[in-house]
Design a protein around this ligand. Structure first.
Ligand SMILES: Cc1ncc(COP(=O)(O)O)c(C=O)c1O
Length: 280
């Protein structure tokens, strides 16, 4: 069955879906995106993703061409049309088509595209844990906006792939860990406290991490929002990353260092299981 995409009001065969070469997303990376996970045909964390989409759009003065209700309808329809059991929905809004000029065009109409990706649930659970590498964070100063400009993230992920790793964990010039190239980073200290970086302009405030925080609290595990450096991370009892694509995935090795005994930690495992079992 061929995949179906949504492009500016039309449902089109994925292979035929296209946008104009002067779309500002293509020319300048002038756009915002969201990725929403689908498990057993159910969209996870929709309210959070819609709220962050609205915020990101407002931060770059970009209009949403659809209301939230219509967005939800389109996403639900795409899940049905694509018989999407497990996977993700990718949603992108750009400033539309205009003659190339850096400043915002006077009358451009924002463009919207949605695509789906099928994924095996087992493949996303990473039962055995995964390896990460440490890289410098080369990004701009507004990482809280989910912009489609992802070149530093792509370079980091490529470096990870070249070293047989799943994720690249990025470190700021002050030595603090910011986040993964496409995920938020958590550590569990030896006194069983979960630590993750506070939301600020330095990181993307993950929607999955907000759900994981709630789940941790239900399990009466305390969550501390503070920065940590690579030495603290490497010495942690557990390290894991969260994102709509990786859910909660244990990091068992960073560069050449094993995290604890090199096995998936109990807390990362439990949080992932709870997240899968209770769609937010
Ligand atoms: C840089 C970055 N940080 C964090 C995340 C996690 O965000 P979410 O949990 O909303 O998927 C992502 C997801 O793509 C990301 O790209």
């Amino acid at each position: 069955m061929s995949r179906i995409a949504y492009v500016n009001g039309r449902y089109i065969r994925h292979a035929d879906a296209a946008v104009h070469i002067e779309d500002r997303g293509y020319q300048f990376g002038d756009g915002i995106y969201e990725v929403i996970t689908v498990i057993n045909g159910k969209l996870y964390d929709c309210d959070g993703h819609m709220a962050r989409l609205t915020r990101s759009l407002a931060e770059i003065s970009l209009d949403n061409p659809l209301t939230e209700d219509v967005l939800m309808l389109v996403m639900t329809r795409l899940v049905r049309m694509n018989a999407l059991k497990h996977g993700t929905i990718y949603l992108q809004i750009t400033r539309g088509v205009a003659r190339r000029d850096h400043k915002f065009p006077a009358n451009a109409k924002s463009a919207i595209v949605m695509t789906v990706k099928h994924m095996r649930l087992a493949g996303r659970q990473h039962e055995a844990g995964v390896k990460a590498i440490i890289v410098d964070d080369l990004r701009w100063a507004r990482r809280d906006i989910k912009t489609i400009q992802l070149l530093p993230n792509c370079l980091a992920k490529q470096a990870a792939a070249e070293q047989g790793a799943y994720e690249a964990i990025m470190v700021m010039p002050d030595g603090s860990v910011s986040e993964g190239s496409s995920s938020n980073v958590w550590i569990l200290t030896h006194d069983n406290q979960l630590v993750t970086r506070p939301a600020s302009h330095d990181i993307l405030n993950g929607i999955t991490r907000q759900s994981i925080e709630k789940i941790a609290k239900k399990r009466q595990i305390s969550v501390e929002f503070r920065t940590f450096d690579t030495a603290e991370m490497l010495a942690a009892k557990e390290v894991f990353v969260t994102s709509a694509t990786s859910l909660a995935t244990a990091i068992t090795q960073i560069d050449e260092h094993m995290i604890a005994d090199g096995k998936v930690g109990e807390i990362a495992h439990a949080l992932r299981a709870d997240y899968l079992a209770s769609p937010q």
